[in-house]
Write a protein that binds this ligand. Structure first.
Ligand code: SAM
Length: 363
């Protein structure tokens, strides 16, 4: 910092600037505090008490050691300042026990039926977080030699690691299950018509079939098949027998169906790989006149419309996907991939919530 800055900028602006810098430096502490809250079961504890709990209530319900209650208050203070918990009454009394903590709307995504709490351990998993430690080296290395940030840090791809590391595999699968169960319910409520009239569907990279199951329950006449890698399909338990599972590689071949579903698949791959996957999808579906289509559930960037929080979310997600050489795309980037894979240019983008969208493409 040049000393001239002190003369040129007002003390208030300097303070705001310094806070901005500190908040960036310590941004990961927010993630860790959220992980801690979920590990301890704090959102559930508040939820079970009807959405309002004091620090003492939370400490008792989550079995925090009495000597550590003041430290628990630090976690609650940070997560209240950052919009995860709300605080009411007694806030200014100086008596920590008098503060009543509640759940903000953000936190309500983490409790109750179809909640997103299983995505928390995935985002802060040591194998994922440590992928970002060598970004500087990654930028200077030959693309073919280094691969993705994950590959540079760990010597193999995320999916290879998941096939040999049971802990990573279960964190990944639990996270995908939670995301799929919630968002497919929402999509069926809002845009259920996309599945109407189909007699068969293959969910490519459908994991253990949790999301496919939501579709199969809502549309029992659709014959639903899940295609995923052998180590994922190999772990699937019998279930109710309504889903068909196929172990395979989407780059090699995709079983035939009226429609192919790709949910959160393409954002993990670069453009060339997306084109390869979509060409395999095209081979699997009938002509458009016979109802053939590919349903893509992904982010379509560009919905922020001046809201800095949504812009930040889009930018963060886009940068996060760098860990596997993935990318979050805007409409023009999607359009080019669809066209390169030989799909018609009258695709349909149906926004669900901000950038989260359903895209239908036709052969
Ligand atoms: C991010 S997950 C998405 C899972 C699910 N569609 C969802 O939205 O929750 C990506 C999935 O693709 C699968 N996958 C990765 N490479 C694959 C390949 N070559 N062939 C088939 N599936 C693959 C992974 O095993 C994983 O289940």
């Amino acid at each position: 910092m040049s000393l001239r800055l002190l003369a040129e900028v007002s003390p208030q602006d300097l303070l705001v600037a310094l806070s901005e810098l500190q908040n960036h430096l310590l941004g990961y502490v927010k993630s860790m505090a959220l992980k801690c809250a979920v590990d301890l079961g704090i959102p559930d504890a508040i939820h079970r008490r009807g959405g309002a709990a004091t620090l003492a209530n939370i400490a008792t319900d989550t079995a925090v050691h009495p000597a550590k209650v003041p430290d628990l208050q630090r976690v609650m203070e940070l997560l209240s300042t950052s919009g995860i918990f709300s605080t009411t009454a007694g806030e200014d009394s100086g008596e920590s026990g008098a503060v009543v903590y509640g759940l903000t709307t953000a936190c309500r995504f983490l409790v109750g039926w179809r909640n997103l709490s299983p995505i928390v351990p995935f985002f802060v998993s040591p194998l994922i977080v440590s992928s970002f430690f060598s970004m500087g080296d990654w930028f200077r290395s030959e693309p073919a030699a280094a691969g993705s940030l994950f590959e540079l840090a760990h010597g193999c791809s995320q999916w290879e690691m998941a096939s040999k590391d049971a802990a990573l595999n279960s964190v990944l699968n639990d996270s995908m299950v939670a995301d799929s169960e919630l968002f497919l319910e929402v999509i069926i409520l809002d845009k259920g018509r996309i599945f109407r009239g189909l007699s068969s569907l293959v969910d490519v990279g459908g994991g253990n079939g949790a999301g496919t199951q939501v579709i199969a329950r809502a549309f029992p006449r659709i014959k639903c098949t899940v295609l995923d890698l052998p180590h994922v399909v190999g772990q699937v338990t019998a279930g109710d027998g309504k889903l068909h599972f196929i172990a395979g590689d989407m780059f090699e071949s995709i079983p035939p169906a009226d429609a192919v579903l790709l949910k959160n698949i393409l954002h993990e791959w670069g453009d060339d790989d997306c084109v390869k996957i979509l060409r395999r999808c095209k081979e699997a579906i009938p002509a458009r006149s016979a109802g053939g289509k590919v349903i893509i559930i992904e982010m379509v960037r560009g919905s922020a419309l001046g809201d800095s929080r949504i812009s930040e979310m889009e930018a963060l997600q886009n940068m996060f996907m760098m860990y596997v050489n993935g990318v979050e795309r805007g409409e023009n980037e999607w359009k080019k991939i669809f066209s390169d894979a030989g799909f018609s240019d009258d695709y349909k983008i149906m926004p669900i919530l901000g950038p989260l969208s359903v895209i239908e493409i036709y052969p």
